[in-house]
Design a protein around this ligand. Structure first.
Ligand code: KG4
Ligand code: ZN
Length: 357
């Protein structure tokens, strides 16, 4: 089965063609990501209107490019998938409408993929990871620990009460005068800094639930920076290193609890899976590896370019859904908000209705 996937929920315009083999394994035939970072850099964050316009300008070229690279015509694909949300609504409209047009003209099934579900299922494309697994999803807008029990079957075990981890990295970078996106910048600075110079809090440490809270850490960092301003290059590096170490400790503690909750409800996970842009951070990956080893499971972390937003994950999630006959009508609406557990509830209802019929 061959599926075209389109991603336009944030500041990356991306498309890919993937193949899902009958045994459930996946293969990427082409995958192109065009980052808009330079268009937003001057504003220190993503400007929704600029993002939507930039998607319109390049999406058709990128789709033509991935089709050529895959050596594939529109007639040869089995379905068209686009991220239907959650995300910046202008961008979601661009990607989903384009997918609808292709589906309509070429008479192909349309799959409106939840962007978070696509991050959640990427480990199956890269590693063929069987269900159920424990997912740590950390990006610019989301921080969640989920039990992934099947396609469309997600149980949230923990989430953030305020900022997402990527957001905390981005805000820290902005505060310290570093570039956007902040995660890679903070990680680079942290590599030459002293992580024990500043005593920052580890919010929620030891709590019985698996939730996160990061705004207190962000404030503590700001206060430390204000105390010693103006900042030297070494101050910035030390603040980044101390901040990243605090995040690493928080992630380790919250996930250890998340895995405990997973085990008590669903038995042993097949793996601990990391997804989302933050999973590109090497210090966080190392901590996740250590934790997985400690609890007797393995860490599955997709290659860096598949952790951040891309079209292959959308195409793959589309293929997983298509294989189960889960397609969408051309009326499907783009969504700014679309929590993952809502998919589980909707599909549970669909299954119950089907059983009733
Ligand atoms: O998944 P993603 O590409 O887009 C969203 O759906 O949000 O994640 C982007 C986020 C940004 O907040 C970025 O700063 C963060 O992931 N990020 C990182 C790293 N690379 C990207 N955070 C920490 N360390 C990194 N190396
Ligand atoms: Zn994402």
């Amino acid at each position: 089965m061959i599926v075209l996937g389109i991603e336009t929920t944030c500041d990356e315009t991306a498309a890919a063609v993937i193949e899902r083999l009958d045994d459930g394994r996946g293969r990427i035939l082409s995958n192109v990501v065009l980052s808009q970072v330079s268009e937003h850099a001057a504003f220190g964050g993503v400007v929704p209107e600029i993002a939507a316009r930039a998607h319109v300008e390049v999406l058709d070229v990128i789709i033509a490019d991935v089709m050529t690279q895959a050596g594939c015509s529109f007639d040869a694909i089995d379905g068209v998938a686009a991220a239907g949300g959650p995300g910046l609504i202008g961008g979601v409209i661009v990607g989903l409408t384009t997918a609808k047009a292709i589906a309509l003209v070429k008479n192909k099934p349309l799959i409106a993929v939840n962007h978070l579900e696509a991050h959640a299922l990427t480990a199956r494309l890269t590693n063929n990871t069987p269900f159920p697994y424990c997912l740590f999803l950390a990006s610019g807008g989301h921080t969640q620990i989920l039990a992934v029990r099947g396609v469309g079957d997600y149980v949230r075990l923990g989430t953030t009460q305020d900022d997402a981890i990527g957001e905390a990295f981005d805000k820290t970078a902005k505060l310290l005068g570093l570039g956007y996106p902040g995660g890679p910048e903070v990680e680079r600075e942290a590599a030459r800094g002293n992580a024990s110079r500043f005593a920052l809090p580890r919010p929620m440490h030891g709590r019985k639930d698996a939730d996160f809270s990061l705004s207190g850490l962000k404030t503590a960092l700001r206060l430390e920076a204000e105390k010693i301003a103006p900042l030297s290059d070494q101050d910035v590096a030390d603040l980044c290193a101390s901040f990243q170490q605090a995040i690493v400790d928080v992630v380790f503690d919250r996930l250890r609890t998340g895995l405990r909750l997973f085990r008590s409800r669903f038995g042993s996970p097949t793996a601990l899976v990391a997804a989302g842009g933050v999973a590109a951070n090497q210090a966080i990956r190392k901590a996740l590896n250590r934790l997985a080893f400690e609890v007797g499971t393995t860490l599955v972390a997709p290659p860096l370019e598949l952790c951040t937003d891309n079209g292959a994950m959308i195409a793959w999630a589309g293929a997983e859904r298509l294989a189960l006959g889960l397609t969408d009508s051309l009326n499907v609406a783009p969504r700014a908000r679309w929590p993952l557990d809502e998919i589980a509830a909707a599909e549970g209802a669909r299954r119950r209705t089907a059983a009733y019929k």
